[in-house]
Design a protein around this ligand. Sequence first.
Ligand code: HEC
Ligand code: HEC
Length: 217
Amino acid sequence: MRTPSTLAVAAAVVALACGPLQGALAADQKTIAKGRRLFNQNCKVCHQADAIGKPGFAPSLANPELQSMASDKFLMSTIRDGRVGTAMPPFAHLGRRNIKAIVAYLRSLVKVPNRSAEIDAEPPTKGDPDRGRILFQRICETCHGPKGDGYEAGGSGTAIGKRGFLSKASDGFIRETIKHGRSNTRMRPFGGPDGLANLNDSEIDDIIAYMRTLDNQ
Ligand code: HEC
Ligand code: HEC
């Protein structure tokens, strides 16, 4: 007869023999379940069930473009620090492990290849902020508010002129978001002939250069 303790020893031996992969997979399901629980307790009230978001209230976190462009660092530090001057509160009190579990849960909602390393390594903008301001005022302000103040200005877009976003987003992240938009949200692709505004690469870089001068708070 096997006792529970010999079973446990056998399991440990199997885990060792199979290497870290099996352990990681087992931990993952548990981590995702924990992340879902934490999300429902702390985030669902704004980001909605399954993180689908609500226009003008909280962005979708289950969006495929966001998920493919955002690094774990972007997501984790945004959750930890929140976004000052917006409704997104800081969650540093949850601790790194719990925040990591929430990110694992968010990642489990959309299966897309993560391109963040490549995107964050894109060259920084060399655009002209004055030209960018004119484009920003013409195209972006209706949704993102004057100076990118976000929802508090009454639009549907987030606070892209505030430090909470700007301090964590690379130029590549902003560039690719403008080019490709976020599907099923009001953030349309603005780049190229298929885009809403047919912005070319240098105009997009002008807009980023202008956004970098904002840093409202
Ligand atoms: C028709 C409304 C609309 C317009 C016009 C618009 N956006 Fe957006 N934008 C949004 C929305 C809505 C989101 C957030 C998506 C969501 O709610 O899930 C967003 C998200 C973004 C993000 C990601 C921000 C974050 O918090 O991660 C960036 C960057 C961005 N927009 C830049 C721009 C720029 C630059 C322009 C002008 C070229 C622009 N947007 C024009 C609606 C708009
Ligand atoms: C009181 C409402 C509220 C709660 C609760 C909340 N958020 Fe947010 N969250 C927001 C708003 C509003 C924004 C957009 C802020 C802006 O305008 O930049 C946001 C933005 C974000 C972003 C950036 C998304 C992007 O498109 O760049 C992430 C990631 C995020 N929240 C994760 C979470 C997580 C995880 C939790 C729970 C631990 C949470 N939020 C709880 C309101 C909330």
